[in-house]
Design a protein around this ligand. Structure first.
Ligand SMILES: Cc1cc2nc3c(=O)[nH]c(=O)nc-3n(C[C@H](O)[C@H](O)[C@H](O)COP(=O)(O)OP(=O)(O)OC[C@H]3O[C@@H](n4cnc5c(N)ncnc54)[C@H](O)[C@@H]3O)c2cc1C
Length: 505
C-alpha cells in the first residue's frame, strides 16, 4: 500500500484487494496469454467473478449486490488492470461499469429484476453500444434508429468497436427515436441473440483478449418495455455515465503503468551492461524518478476525483482531466519503460510489448484526449455545466419566464462593460419579449405590440427550442443551421450569447 492509499482506504478495503489479487493470480494471470490468442475472455471467467461477488460490489442487495462503497470499485479496476492484459481488463470491466451502470441507473424495476441478478452473478454479461462507423466522438451524430411498431421498437443501423459486442448476452444500445439532434437519442436494452442482429469480431492492434464487435441491426425487434429511462433522454444518460467510465479508464491507466514500472525495475535490477546493472546508470534512474513523480502526481489527483465521485459530487470536469492526464502518461510510461528493455522490450516473450500495444487505446477509447480537452475547455472557458443535464432533462417545468428572469444573475458583468443591446425575442402565439442591456444591467419585458419598438436584432423561434438551447439540450449552431432559430443579425446574436452563463436550475 502506498502512502496515498492509506489516506483513502480502510483495513476492509485492503483485505478485499488481497482476496481479489489472490483470485486474479490463480484464475486469470496464468490464462491471459491464451485469451489473447483466442481474442475473447471465456464465459466461465465471468461466472467465477460473479460467484466471488465482484460484479455486484456497489449494486443493491435485493439484486444480489453487496451495496459497498465506491472504493471497492476503485480497487477492482486497479487490480484487474495489473494483469497485463488490457483486453481482459476491458472485457471484465465493460460489463459492470459500462453496460450494468446504465441498468443500475436507468432501467425500470421490471428490467432490473430480470437482468441485474443474472448480470451480478456473471451468468449474463453485457456491452454498451454507442459508437457507429461514422459517429464516435460525435455521439449526437449516431444514425441507428428505433421506430415504434405497436408494443415493439424496430432497430436498424450499425455499431462498431463494441467491447464484448460479440459475446454479450445483452447490449445497451443508443438509438435515434426522434430526429432532433442529441435530444432524440434513447437507450434500449437488446438481447445479444436477437433475430436480425449480426456480429463480427474486429482484429486489433492491442486489447486482444477482449472481443470488439461490429454490429448490424436489421429490423431487430425489442419490446418497448426495454427502453432505459425516458425516451429521447439517452444523450444525457450517456453524458452522466461518462463520468464513471472516464474515472475507471484513468484508474486503469495508472494501475497498469504502476505494474509496468515495477516490472521494469525488476528487469533493470537484473540486466547488466558495461559491468553493472542498468539501474545504476544515472540517465535511466532519472527517467524512472521522473515517471514515478508524474505517476504519483496523477494518481493523487485521480484519488481525489474518486473521493468526489464517492461523495456524489459532480466531477465531470475532474474525471475528464484525470482520464486525459492518466492515459497520456500511460503512453509515456509504455514508451520509456520499453526502452529500458532494449531489444527484449520489442519481443513478445517479454511483457512490455503487450503493455505498449494495450496502453495506446487509452487516449482514444471512452472519449479521446482531444474530446477531453474540448469538454474541459467548454467548462473552463464557456461555463458549460454537464452536471445538471440529467436533472434538466427530467425537468419539464422550465418556462421562458424562468429563463429571462435568471438573465441578470447569469450576466457576465465584466463582458457586458460598455455593451448596449436591445434584442426582440419573437415566440409562437404572438409572445414577444424585449431584452435590454445597458450599463452592465439587464431588463426584460413582455411587449404587447412589437411594431412600436426599436431593437438591434430580432430572434424568432419557438419556446420549446429556446428552452432546449438554454438548458444545453440543443446546440445553438445546430438550431440555427436547421432553421429552428432565425436571427436578423448573427454577429450581434453571438455577442449577446457570449454575455451569459448557461442556465442551470
Ligand atoms: C478497442 C476499442 C474498444 C471500444 N469499446 C467501445 C464500446 O464498448 N462501446 C462504444 O460505444 N464505443 C467503443 N469504442 C469506441 C471509442 O469510444 C471511439 O473510438 C472513440 O470515442 C473515438 O471515436 P472514433 O473512433 O469514431 O474517432 P473520431 O470521432 O472519428 O475521431 C477521429 C480523430 O478526430 C479527433 N476529433 C474528433 N472530434 C474532434 C473535435 N471536436 N475536436 C478535436 N478533435 C476531434 C479525435 O480525437 C480523433 O483523434 C471502442 C474503441 C476501441 C478502439
Amino acid at each position: 500500500m502506498t502512502n496515498l492509499e492509506q489516506y483513502y482506504l480502510t483495513e476492509e478495503h485492503n483485505l478485499f484487494r488481497k482476496t481479489l489479487r489472490d483470485f486474479l493470480d490463480k484464475e486469470v494471470v496464468p490464462f491471459v496469454d491464451q485469451w489473447e490468442i483466442d481474442q475473447q475472455v471465456p464465459k466461465e471467467i465471468f461466472l467465477k467473478f460473479g460467484e466471488m461477488g465482484f460484479f455486484g460490489l456497489t449494486q443493491e442487495e435485493k439484486y444480489g449486490g453487496s451495496n459497498l462503497d465506491f472504493w471497492y470499485d476503485v480497487i477492482f479496476i486497479e487490480e484487474v488492470s495489473k494483469s497485463n492484459s488490457g483486453g481482459f481488463g476491458a472485457s471484465i470491466s465493460a460489463h459492470p461499469y459500462l453496460s450494468m451502470s446504465h441498468l443500475k441507473h436507468e432501467a425500470s424495476d421490471a428490467l432490473k429484476a430480470n437482468y441485474l441478478p443474472k448480470a451480478i452473478s456473471g451468468e449474463w454479461h453485457g456491452a454498451l453500444a454507442i459508437t457507429e462507423p461514422h459517429a464516435g466522438s460525435d455521439v449526437a451524430g449516431i444514425k441507428t434508429t428505433a421506430v415504434k411498431d405497436g408494443d415493439e421498437y424496430v432497430i436498424n443501423g450499425s455499431k462498431c468497436f463494441i467491447t464484448n459486442g460479440v459475446s454479450a448476452d445483452y447490449i445497451v444500445v443508443a438509438c435515434k427515436t426522434s430526429s432532433t439532434g442529441s435530444s432524440g437519442i434513447s437507450m434500449i436494452l437488446v438481447d445479444g441473440n436477437s433475430i436480425g442482429l449480426s456480429k463480427n469480431n474486429l482484429k486489433k492492434l492491442g486489447w486482444k483478449a477482449s472481443d470488439t464487435a461490429e454490429l448490424a441491426f436489421d429490423n431487430v425487434r425489442v419490446p418497448i418495455t426495454n427502453l432505459l429511462g425516458e425516451e429521447n433522454k439517452g444523450f444525457y444518460y450517456i453524458m452522466q455515465r461518462f463520468e464513471l467510465e472516464r474515472l475507471t479508464l484513468a484508474l486503469g491507466a495508472i494501475a497498469s503503468s504502476e505494474w509496468a514500472m515495477e516490472y521494469t525495475l525488476q528487469y533493470m535490477n537484473e540486466r547488466k551492461a558495461f559491468g553493472r546493472t542498468i539501474n545504476k546508470f544515472q540517465v535511466l534512474r532519472h527517467r524512472i524518478a521522473q515517471l514515478t513523480a508524474e505517476l504519483e502526481n496523477v494518481k493523487t489527483f485521480t484519488y481525489h476525483v474518486c473521493k468526489m465521485h464517492a461523495d456524489k459530487n459532480y466531477c465531470v470536469k475532474e474525471a475528464s482531466m484525470a482520464k486525459l492526464l492518466a492515459t497520456e502518461l500511460s503512453d509515456k510510461v509504455a514508451y520509456q519503460c520499453l526502452q529500458m528493455f532494449g531489444g527484449y522490450g520489442y519481443m513478445e516473450e517479454y511483457k512490455m510489448a503487450r503493455f505498449f500495444r494495450d496502453s495506446r487505446l487509452g487516449t482514444i477509447g471512452g472519449g479521446s484526449s482531444e474530446i477531453m480537452l474540448e469538454i474541459i475547455s467548454k467548462m473552463v472557458i464557456d461555463d458549460v455545466s454537464y452536471g445538471q443535464q440529467e436533472s434538466r432533462a427530467k425537468n419539464q417545468d422550465i418556462s421562458i419566464d424562468d429563463l429571462f428572469s435568471s438573465l441578470p444573475l447569469r450576466l457576465k458583468k465584466e463582458k457586458a462593460n460598455g455593451v448596449e443591446l436591445k434584442v426582440l425575442f419573437e415566440f409562437e402565439n404572438d409572445l414577444n419579449y424585449l431584452i435590454e442591456i445597458k450599463n452592465q444591467e439587464i431588463k426584460s419585458s413582455v411587449i404587447e405590440n412589437k411594431n412600436l419598438i426599436t431593437y438591434d436584432f430580432l430572434l424568432t423561434t419557438n419556446t420549446q427550442t429556446y428552452i432546449a438551447v438554454e438548458t444545453g439540450k440543443l446546440n445553438p449552431q445546430e438550431a440555427f443551421m436547421n432553421g429552428k432559430i432565425q436571427v436578423s443579425d448573427l454577429g450581434k446574436m453571438m455577442q449577446f450569447g457570449s454575455l451569459f452563463k448557461k442556465y442551470s436550475n
